[in-house]
Ligand binder design. Structure first.
Ligand code: IVH
Length: 817
């Protein structure tokens, strides 16, 4: 490609990318996938790297981040960032309006109504049309300089072109994380076992203060602007200022309305009361501002707030609902979280069926009793909370909720440290969710690399007692036959109180009926989301009559379910039914309900319960019950797993050491220790002095190593793993131990390399005694510069004075050429 062609293509790509950014951020209506978007961006970056002269400072490529900010500089605001007074009622609003009339001496004024966005206030400074600085609100007088992070928000104008752009101006607005992004990030965090972000506002504020702007770039923050400041703006009213912001392509929420009097403000408030839940950002009220700037000046300020603007806060919406039961969830650290199951009520645009109760104190604070009617509210949090109990509706003989004493996952007695609100399950060794975290680490790609063992499979193996520690994995080979048909139970089961097993209503109805597809049932239930369970079942019977599919027997089976549910009166959990009740319909003539019930408190799957009951069942019943089960392990899956497990025995010692999950031993440390000691025995018997003598080993690490080997269970696991043939010493002529030419060096590779793939370069660095670091910082000894190293990374490396070497030079250093 010649420079002319490149210039044309760059212009084309930039335009296309900007267009897609507008669709995504301003209109929430993307036309292409993230993947396709990244492809366009990649092509642009590649062209700009090949033709550095063509790099425009306003190019959309300049938003990918790459700067690290250690300390955010404090910046003084040239105009103080004020807050608004709040009102909560129509009366208070009218009083505000009266004050405005009094202040102006007439009623000839307009109000400008906007939504009050619940994000993080930000001030952007533009000089000569260019974005130069972004500062947080801070204490109103001074805030933090977060320019590098704000620059990554793709729809913030970097350069305002056109006539009459003032030499210096300031725009203020609210940065937020769109609800959809927030949910996505939390889903990913949950999958990775990380703590969840509390709400979109905190998430946005945390993101703005991140040190690495390239992570910020991935988080898709957005911003709504609502204020323009400066000496030479040349507008008389707020509405003109907003038009100007729109013309300059600042993102202005299209929710504003200019009105002539306070009654119309009240109308605006009414109009957005429910509608606001369709917006991509949380809002908690409305801001009304006197539109005319001269009139604003006349009205002036109180000590803290302007007299020309005020916020009206919507009352948090509240609804009343019946407490059906409480589910206790066990996290990967063993922490217990109680969750209230409620009869469905509609609240702030969604149907609410659950509310977090946080911990035992919260239950006590609410003085919660069985069968209570409670008030639920939705604040900034996604999960609604219970604010109070309705005392008038409490049954005279209602029992107070008694908190569980034993872990619902493993039955161990719970503990509660004095200083902590949460109960914990102390059974770290064998409590399923806690074991899960450790096994996931063990099989991880950079550890034992058994990629056929994903979370769901591991969970199934743990739940059904096939594995409880890494060594058990190597015994699966001999249990292949038992694995066939085992259930993988994602989301299909739930337990209540002390462990009573529930199954999703859709699975139950699917098993109970014939000739109706799972999809049909699923769609039907989605539509009925707001009905309580029994009414849903009645509606389903009606639907069966409409479908005319085996009407008599299908309606009859649902009738059984209704009657059995009523008879047993077990705790209720919306969208789920007790497995025991469903099984009773199939097995009731063979065995007492009490026996099924007991088994369903001890076992975590239908498969497990049936094994426990040990009945000889007809083919027909077996087939019907099979419909109740989740996906099961099949031949292909099992042989894949066996292959992965067998191959993992060749992983070198340092990977095995990392896989053991000793606290504070990351990849680099595992490598360092493996190379230093050569065998696990030597590491185990090393004295604290010997350990501390190693460069890079500190007190905390010594303690974790000592602690790990002090536990008999850990030593036993290692003994067994050795027995299965895992590598516990460095191979003498291990190809991975190639030399020490990089001893003590901290290295990063960036861009495309010819001789190495991503992970290979890491291994090569480590194999020659170096340490691989994954981000640009001044601690690096050098960077291996690959073919298309990102321009911003390069710029940063240059700024920090980190030397860059070519791949060829690197090969020379490690003696390969
Ligand atoms: S105007 C002097 N407009 O609310 C008035 N503020 O309590 C300056 N906010 O710090 C603010 N949405 O973070 C204004 N449409 C809106 C707003 C808004 C949210 C926040 C902003 C400000 C706080 C004032």
């Amino acid at each position: 490609m010649n420079p002319q062609e490149a210039e044309k293509r760059i212009a084309q790509l930039s335009q296309e990318i900007n267009h897609h950014n507008t669709l995504y951020y301003q209109q929430s209506n993307p036309e292409i996938s993230d993947f396709e978007f990244d492809k366009l961006l990649e092509e642009l970056i590649q062209l700009e790297t090949s033709f550095p002269d063509l790099l425009d400072p306003d190019s959309p490529s300049q938003r990918v981040g790459g700067t690290i900010t250690k300390d955010f500089q404090t910046v003084v605001h040239s105009t103080r960032m004020l807050s608004l007074g709040n009102t909560y009622s129509k009366e208070e609003l009218l009083a505000f309006d009266e004050r405005v009339v009094k202040g102006l001496g007439h009623t000839d004024y307009e109000y400008f109504c906007e939504m009050k966005f619940d994000g993080v206030a930000i001030s952007l400074i533009y000089e000569n049309g260019r974005f130069v600085r972004a500062v947080t609100r801070g204490d109103g007088y001074r805030g933090d300089d977060v320019t590098a992070n704000v620059r990554t928000i793709r729809n913030i104008p970097l350069h305002i072109k056109g006539e009459g752009v003032p030499a210096r101006f300031e725009v203020r607005g609210e940065i937020f994380l769109p609800l959809k992004e927030f949910l996505k990030i939390n889903a990913e965090r949950e999958e990775a076992g990380d703590a969840l972000l509390a709400n979109p506002r905190n998430a946005a504020s945390g993101t703005l203060k991140m040190q690495d702007s390239s992570i910020v770039a991935k988080r898709r923050l957005n911003c709504y602007f609502y204020q323009l400041l400066g000496d030479e703006i040349g507008v008389e009213t707020h509405s003109d200022a907003i038009s100007l912001l729109e013309k300059w392509e600042f993102n202005v929420s299209q929710t504003y309305r200019k009105v002539g009097n306070i009654q119309e403000v009240i109308q605006y408030i009414e109009d957005w009361k429910e509608n606001r839940f369709t917006l991509p950002v949380d809002t908690d009220g409305v801001v009304l501002k006197v539109n005319n700037y001269d009139q604003r000046e006349e009205l002036g300020f109180t000590a803290k707030n302007p007299r020309w603007a005020i916020a009206y806060k919507y009352k948090a919406e509240s609804a009343e609902s019946e407490l059906l039961s409480i589910t206790y969830q066990v996290g990967r650290t063993g922490a217990i979280t109680p969750v209230a199951n409620l009869s469905p009520v509609s609240l702030a645009g969604t149907t609410v069926k659950r509310a977090s109760l946080h911990n035992a104190n919260e239950i006590e604070r609410l003085d919660l009793h069985e069968g209570d009617f409670v008030f639920v509210e939705k604040g900034g949090e996604i999960i609604p909370k219970i604010t109070a109990v309705n005392p008038d509706k409490r049954q005279a003989n209602a029992k107070p909720i008694s908190y569980i004493t034993h872990c619902p996952e493993c039955g161990t007695e719970l503990e509660r440290k004095e200083s902590e609100a949460k109960h914990y399950c102390p059974n770290a060794e064998s409590c399923p969710p806690q074991v899960l975290g450790r096994i996931e680490h063990f099989v991880h790609k950079r550890a034992m690399d058994i990629d056929s063992m994903g979370t769901e499979r591991i969970r199934a193996l743990i739940d059904q007692s096939f594995i409880s520690n890494p060594a058990d994995i190597y015994e699966l080979e001999s249990k292949k036959d038992e694995l066939l048909g085992l259930e993988m139970s994602q989301g299909q089961y739930e337990t209540e109180g002390d462990g009573l097993l529930y199954i999703t209503l859709e699975k139950a109805l699917f098993a109970l009926t014939e000739q109706i597809s799972f999809r049909q049932i699923h769609d039907f239930l989605l539509e009925q989301a707001e009905l309580p369970l029994l009414e849903t079942l009645r509606a389903f019977q009606e639907q069966i009559r409409i479908w005319k599919k085996k009407t008599a027997s299908n309606v009859g089976m649902v009738e059984y379910l209704i009657n059995h549910l009523k008879d047993h009166n077990l705790p209720k959990l919306e969208d789920y039914v007790p497995v025991a009740v469903v099984l009773e319909i199939f097995l009731g003539r063979r065995i007492a309900f009490e026996t099924i019930l007991q088994a369903s408190k001890l076992e975590g799957t239908v498969h497990g319960i049936l094994l426990k009951l040990n009945l000889d069942l007809s083919q027909e019943v077996t087939d019907r019950i099979k419909k109740l089960k989740a996906n099961t392990f099949q031949d292909g899956v099992i042989s894949n797993m066996m292959e992965g497990i067998a191959a993992s025995k060749n992983q070198p010692f340092e990977k095995v050491l990392f896989a053991l999950g000793i606290r504070n031993i990351g990849e680099n440390t595992a490598q360092l220790l493996a190379r230093h000691f050569g065998t696990i025995e030597k590491l185990e018997s090393a004295t604290s002095e010997q350990l501390l003598a190693i460069n890079g080993v500190g007190e905390t690490l010594v303690l974790s190593i000592k602690d790990f080997f002090a536990q008999e269970e850990n030593r036993e696991v290692i003994r067994r793993l050795k027995g299965y043939g895992l590598q516990f010493e460095i191979e003498q002529n291990d190809t991975r131990q190639l030399g020490n030419s990089l001893e003590g060096k901290r290295i990063l590779a960036s861009g495309k390399l010819v001789h190495f793939k991503r992970d290979e370069i890491k291994d090569a660095v480590i194999a020659h005694g170096g340490q691989y670091i994954s981000s640009v910082s001044k601690n690096l000894d050098f960077i291996i510069e690959g073919e298309d190293m990102g321009p911003s990374k390069k710029e940063k490396a240059q700024k920090l004075g980190v030397p860059m070497i070519s791949e060829e030079e690197f090969l020379k250093i490690i003696g390969t050429v």
